[in-house]
Design a protein around this ligand. Structure first.
Ligand code: S3P
Length: 520
């Protein structure tokens, strides 16, 4: 008691003045605190032990975090590989109106730019998944004070572009390629050295694609054999601006070079072979930074500053995609997904499903904080196979595992080309999906840059069986949706990483109509 009432012993006059001078901020915090106490009270009264566990678990994590900061130890330590298996029993339809978690790409960037801004940035709708939490922790390790996340709310006390401090040890980024590649660019502009490592999947992913342009800018970057992580970025070097022609359509590489450009002498520009997600460009502008976009070329100059702002993170269209496919393939489905990010560099899933005959309505389109948002209604449809237009591939790059399930349930053949990037995602998504579909009785072949899938047709059912997700969150969730059209249960191995992008997936999916059991 003496310990936590220590502050009450200080001068009442001083506190009165603090309260008067900070009235608006204090009232806001008091309102939030009151609201949260009511929320906890209601949960206790209703015997809602799950919510109470959530509050207490968060409190424990926060307390452990503070202890580790005091001990100068990195917070996120390599996770022990948890074994999680889904048993997806046949189910019939998806129904309901709901919101999937926040956009992963925007959540990462909100932490990065909020940390480097001057002032306090408030984020709502933040994705509390392991990937974006890895980015959040990396910035805490570099001395940024970040409050939350608490039910999607994060408050970031920005330190300015030159205010980061050396972390106490290597930054551990788990499964998150976005964290590692974007941070590589930012770290190249710092005055200290940083080492970044990740889990087994991330440790196999190519980092030469970011090391190469950074070296052209004058950075000193080491990777392990074959350009894989861990990656060491040496600070103190002077960066110079470059013009970079991206050899592949990759928003992560584009963003890495642009973020390094914030610290490079003169002008930095990137030309991409096809449009990729432009959240970095949009958010830099939102933080008041001058970014020029001319066709496929993005240009910025160093010397500017980021000014704190508020960010409303929309629901992730890549998470919504599983439900769009599930509702399309399961007869009698009718769902509405709320507040989904509709950035035109991300809407390939809608264009492709529509081209396959999908019944998708975009409702109430609006703009929130520089990003288009809408509610999306999806009803079941008789899908047909198509040759997926190659210009849609980068716009749906994370949605192909789900689209492979749609193709398997469609009438006729679906052909995917120009998608070789799928082979270097969290798993080789072409091979892993083909293997799983083959197990479920679908005739499907991989090609170097895509696949050919022979759909079972409108009345066809997938078989049951055991498929392996290879630790890839999107593979796991796609096969869970396949159970809506399966004749018997699908066992999906290695599903722990669903937590990287979609916390609460199982509950949300079961509420909408799936029959998922989890074995740990
Ligand atoms: C992302 C870009 C894409 C995407 C990833 C998130 C981003 O990766 O697959 O999930 O936030 O910039 P690539 O840049 O490798 O295509």
């Amino acid at each position: 008691f003496r310990d936590f009432t220590r502050i009450a012993a200080s001068s009442p006059v001083m506190w009165r003045d603090i309260f008067s001078a900070n009235k608006t901020q204090i009232l806001k915090k008091l309102d939030l605190f009151t609201h949260d106490l009511h929320f906890l009270r209601a949960a206790i009264e209703a015997d809602d032990t799950t919510t109470v566990m959530g509050v207490l678990t968060r409190a424990k994590v926060a307390r452990d975090h503070f202890s580790k900061i005091l001990a100068r130890r990195a917070y996120v330590e390599p996770m022990k590989t948890a074994s999680v298996t889904y048993i997806a029993s046949p189910s019939s339809a998806l129904t309901g109106t709901f919101r999937v978690p926040g956009d992963k790409s925007i959540s990462h960037r909100s932490i990065m730019l909020g940390s480097l801004a001057e002032g306090t940035t408030e984020v709502t709708g933040f994705l509390e998944g392991e990937d974006s939490l890895a980015t959040l922790q990396a910035f805490r390790d570099m001395g940024v004070v970040i409050e939350g996340p608490h039910r999607g709310r994060v408050t970031i006390h920005g330190v300015g572009l030159h205010g980061l401090q050396p972390p106490p040890g290597p930054l551990y980024l788990g499964n998150s390629g976005t964290s590692m590649r974007l941070l590589a660019g930012l770290m190249a502009g710092q005055t200290f050295d940083v080492e970044m490592s990740g889990d087994a999947s991330l440790s196999k992913r190519p980092m030469g694609r970011v090391a190469d342009p950074l070296k052209l800018m004058g950075a000193v970057v080491d990777t392990a054999d074959g350009g894989r992580p861990p990656i060491k970025v040496h600070g103190a070097g002077k960066l110079k601006g470059i013009h970079y022609d991206l050899p592949m359509a990759s928003a992560q590489v584009k963003s890495c070079v642009l973020l390094a450009g914030l610290y490079a002498e003169g002008e930095t520009s990137v030309t991409e072979p096809a449009p990729t997600r432009d959240h970095t460009e949009r958010m830099l502008k939102g933080f008041g930074y001058d970014v020029q976009v001319n066709g496929n070329t993005v240009t910025l100059r160093s010397g500017g500053k980021l000014t704190a702002t508020n960010i409303d993170v929309p629901a992730d269209i890549s998470s919504a995609a599983f439900f769009m496919v599930g509702a399309s393939i399961a007869e009698g489905s009718d769902i509405t997904l709320e507040h989904v990010g509709m950035n035109p560099t991300r809407d390939g899933i809608i264009n492709i499903l529509r081209a396959m005959g999908g019944n998708i309505e975009v409702l109430n389109p609006r703009e929130v904080g520089g990003e288009p948002v809408a509610d999306i209604r999806i009803r079941s449809a008789q899908l047909k196979g198509i040759h997926i237009p190659e210009d849609q591939v980068p716009l749906a790059i994370d949605e192909f595992p789900a689209l492979f399930i749609a193709a398997a349930c469609a009438e006729g053949e679906t052909i995917l080309t120009g998608a070789e990037e799928l082979r270097v995602k969290e798993s080789d998504r072409i091979q892993v999906m083909i293997d799983g579909l083959t197990t479920l009785g679908v005739q499907a072949e991989g090609t170097p840059d895509g696949a050919i899938i022979h759909g079972l047709g409108h009345s066809g059912l997938l078989g049951g069986g055991e498929v392996i997700s290879h630790g890839d969150h999107r593979i796991a969730m796609s096969f869970a949706m396949a159970s809506l059209r399966a004749s018997s249960a699908i066992t999906i191995l290695d599903c722990a990483n669903v937590a990287t992008s979609f916390p609460g997936f199982v509950d949300l999916a079961n509420n909408a109509g799936l029959e998922l059991d989890v074995l740990t």
